[in-house]
Structures are given as C-alpha cells and as structure tokens.
Design a protein around this ligand. Structure first.
Ligand code: BES
Ligand code: ZN
Ligand code: ZN
Length: 500
C-alpha cells in the first residue's frame, strides 16, 4: 500500500504526483522549484494567474503532456503556511484522495515534504496522510445489485521525501491503523438492524478479540439474570433477540491496575419501546450502537498498536422492541448495583443499558470510566451536529479526554451536572432514580443518570447522538456513519496518565 522513495520522483514513471501548495509569495523551493524549472517557469505563471490555486483544500490538476515521467500533477492548496493546522492538512489529503478515487487513479505519488511546516513535522504529515487516505476513500458497500463494471481503487501510494524512512513508515502505520479502525466502526453503524443483531455484534467482538488476543467474555441472558442486571435486561424484555453483555480485556501492563473502562451503548435498533418514537424519529435508529462501534474501533487500534495500558471494554447490546413481554412506563426495575429505577420512559433505554455496563466494568476492575453513547436527542438541541456532548465527575480525567479529542480533531463540549440535576434524577417517589425527569436539559439528565452508577470512579460521559452520523459527505468520508470517538478513545488510552 505505502512505499517510500528517497529518489527523485521524476526518474520513475508515476500516474500522478500530489503536491501541497502553500500560499507563499516567495519563490518555490524543493520539488516545486525543480518542477518549475522543467516547465520553464510556467508553474509560477499558473499559480500567479490562479489556474493552480493555493487556497486551502482547493484542487488543481495539470497534465504534463509527456514532458515528464509523471503523467499528472495534482495540487492541493494549503493556504498561508502560518495558519495551517494539522486538521487542515488531514482534510487537504482527504480531499486529494477523494479526487484521486473519483478519477479512478490506481497509484498516487506524494511529495510529502511539501506538506511540512514549522508546526507540522514530516511524521505529522505522514500520519495525516495515511489516516486521511483510509478515511476519505471509505465506502459502505450497501446492498444494491452490482453492475458489471469493476471498481478501480487507489492501491499504491508512493511517498517521496528526503527525510528518514523509518520514522515516516512508523507514522504511516499509526495513521493508517487509526483510519482503518474508524472505518470498521463506520461499517458497524451503517449496517441495518436486521443485519447486525446483538448476537452479530458479539460475534464481531469475539473475532476482534481472537485477532488481537484480548480476553473475551460474552454474558448470556441467564448469567446476567444471576448477576442481577435488571436495568439492561428490562430493555431486552420485549425482544426476540437475545441480549449480550460483551467484554474485551486488554492487559498492557504487568499488573491489572489503573484500568480504563470503555463502555459503549450497543442498542442495535431503538423503537423507543412503548414510549414509541414517531414514524420519522424511528428512522435511523439502527445507528443506536454508535457507542459500541466507537469502543470496538478503539480496541482495534489498541490491538494494533499495543500501548502499555490496561483496558476493559464493556458493551451492553440489545434492541429496544415492543411486545407483550416488553417493559413499560411505570415499571420499577433493580440494577446490578442494587439501585432501583422507576421507568418513566422506555425510550430512555440507553442509560438503563449503560447503568449495568458501568457497574460491570467496575466489577472487572475499571478505575477510570468513559462511556460513549447515542444517548439523547437533547444533545443535538444543545450543541448541534458537530460537537459531542461531554459530562464528568472528575476535572483532571476530563482534561485528558479533552486533549485526546483535540488531537483527534473530534470536538467535544462540556455540559455541567449540578447538584440540582442529580436531585432531578433522584426524584422518583417510589424508587431511587427515575429514568426520565422531564424535558429540560435532556442531555444532562442522561449523563447525570449514568453518573449515579459511576459513583466516585473518575468518569467521562460522551453523548454522540449528534455526531455518530452525518447527512453530508465531507473531506474525510461519505455521508452516513462517522466513526466518531474511535480516535479520541484510542488516543486517550495511548496517552493516559493515572490522575489519582
Ligand atoms: N437513541 C435515542 C437518542 C437519539 C436520538 C440518538 C436521535 C440519535 C438520534 C435515545 O435512546 C432516546 O430516545 N433518547 C430520548 C430520551 C428521552 C426519552 C428522555 C431523547 O433524547 O429523546
Ligand atoms: Zn431511546
Ligand atoms: Zn437509544
């Protein structure tokens, strides 16, 4: 896939050479000045006239008409060098790879050094390149009957750079692992509910565990009954599909301490139950396992890169269905922790599933917890579709999650949980908690509820209801599942320092 060349790119035949073009008033340097010379300063003229654009993420293509071994030059604008961020570079690569894919190119050479700035090292550029390549060229195959036309894919990327090959190759490996794992999560989320049941998700997790030698535990309904997981089991009560509590353990330290628990909501379809969703609100609820997908994606990266950390992933998986046996509003259920819950809304099922999963993660020794869930429509009202909502009970641990999210380019924004909010979730007359304390501050109510089960364990809640899916194509992927939080979780684990 990725091949490194120290050589002059013009010595080998290349289908296409990708060049990052900065908006610098001075003369070209490096490979660009070489090219300019070969074209008798015509390149300078084309940039001046705007035929080749240096505007951020703008693509310009010229054919070399047999003048060079390289058939086409593909320029991607990088704008002003001092304003260029790591995310811009990643998106610029994304845009260029999308263009290459649409142009049916099979091989692309890249002048890596043209993407380097004072703030963005060669390794950063290589990392951005390989991650962007995986992300931008991702496609969900879907179920349309295929035409006979074979799809051409970009299969070969030739990296041309004057720096150290080993470091570049290491950065390429990491970026590609991040991109591929995000794509795995995207595929899980894009799969329809009839193609991905809790049993299917458990099987996927088992295969992942086999590949990376994780310890795998899949709890069946009977075992969960014995453990008293009444909150999670209530959600499954109306379903013909068996529930699964999926556990993956990765031990990267000598001893099982400072364990990070990653908990992901794995509702494979959410009808809302008897508090049924509207006919438009129900469409898209196959994506209600986006949290589970994020956790599994992060585990894939952890399996590939093997950080010196301990991680336990816990995924409660079921669908939320309606039948004569389904749970109902007014039911009172008892969670594994012993906390009793009055069900006021069967559509607030995610927090019930997470309640037992959080308790079970602690049971497996998790000292730090991050839960990821498509939990509330309220987070979309509060923050829109481009920010993940975050809540926490621990400032220092939250800082680490925030740092990881910045580095991943996945934005999170914190919402508070006040004493008053806690009072509201504790506001049942007949049980310890109620699962739906009213329509004000929905997102916070969801977080505050899960927080009751985290108790004193440092915990961050990530509500991805707005960010798990996008209705628009973007530079780093198509419309549909985004794979959000895969990279944030993986970076958090990689960089994690115990806070207590
Ligand atoms: N799965 C939904 C949240 C959701 C909404 C995800 C839109 C993706 C897009 C969740 O289970 C839910 O229905 N939440 C309710 C909670 C309410 C009943 C307290 C909501 O947000 O409306
Ligand atoms: Zn729901
Ligand atoms: Zn849900």
């Amino acid at each position: 896939m990725f091949k490194f060349f120290n050589a002059n790119p013009f010595e080998e035949k290349q289908e296409c050479l990708l060049i990052g073009l900065k908006d610098t008033p001075e003369k070209f340097s490096g490979i660009l000045s070489e090219l300019d010379a070969k074209f008798e300063n015509e390149l300078t003229e084309l940039v001046k006239s705007g035929d080749i654009s240096a505007k951020v993420k703008e693509i310009s293509k010229i054919h070399t008409l047999g003048k060079l071994n390289v058939k086409r030059l593909l320029f991607v604008g990088l704008g002003k060098e001092n304003q260029l961020s790591f995310d811009d570079v990643k998106e610029a690569f994304g845009k260029a790879f999308k263009h290459a894919k649409e142009s049916r190119l099979q091989s692309v050479a890249i002048a890596l050094d043209t993407f380097v700035t004072d703030a963005i090292s060669h390794e950063d550029a290589a990392n951005a390149l390989s991650e962007a390549f995986a992300l931008a060229t991702y496609e969900f195959a879907g179920y349309k009957q295929k035409s006979n036309e074979p799809e051409k894919m970009v299969e070969q990327i030739n990296i041309i750079s004057e720096t150290d090959q080993n470091e570049i190759e290491a950065a390429l490996t990491v970026g590609y692992a991040f991109g591929k794992a995000t794509n795995s999560a995207r595929t899980l989320v894009n799969l329809p509910g009839n193609m991905l049941t809790a049993t299917d998700l458990a099987q996927y997790a088992e295969e992942l565990g086999g590949k990376y030698e994780f310890e795998v535990e899949i709890l069946e309904k009977e075992e969960m009954e014995k453990l008293g997981m009444g909150a999670f089991l209530a959600v499954n009560q109306g379903s013909v599909e068996p529930p699964k509590m999926i556990v993956l353990k990765y031990q990267g330290k000598d001893t099982w301490e400072d364990v990070i628990g990653l908990v992901g909501k794995g509702v494979t379809f959410d009808t809302g139950g008897y508090s049924i969703k509207t006919k438009s609100g129900i469409v898209g609820m196959k994506t209600d396992m986006g949290g589970a997908a994020a956790v599994l994606g992060a585990m894939e990266i952890i399996g590939e890169l093997k950080p010196e950390q301990n991680v336990v992933a816990v995924i409660p998986s079921t669908d939320n269905m309606i039948s004569g046996s389904a749970f109902k509003p007014d039911d009172v259920i008892t969670s594994m922790s012993g906390i009793t819950i009055e069900v006021l809304n069967t559509d607030a099922e995610g927090r019930l599933a997470l309640a037992d999963a959080v308790t079970y993660a602690k049971h497996h020794g998790a000292n730090y917890l991050v839960d990821v869930a498509t939990l509330t429509g309220g987070v979309i009202t509060a923050l829109g579709l481009d920010k993940t909502g975050a809540m926490t009970n621990d400032e220092a641990f939250f800082e680490q999650v925030l740092e990881a999210s910045y580095e991943a380019g996945e934005y999170i924004w914190r919402l508070p949980i006040t004493e008053n909010d806690k009072k509201r979730v504790r506001g049942s007359k007949i049980a310890d908690l109620n699962n739906s304390p009213g329509s004000e501050g929905h997102a916070i109510m969801g977080g505050a509820f899960v927080g009751e089960f985290a108790e004193d364990t440092p915990w961050v809640h990530l509500d991805i209801a707005g960010t798990a899916v996008t209705s628009k194509e973007h530079d780093l992927g198509p419309y549909g599942a985004t794979g959000v939080m895969v990279r944030t979780l993986a970076l958090l684990v990689e960089r994690f320092e115990p806070v207590k």
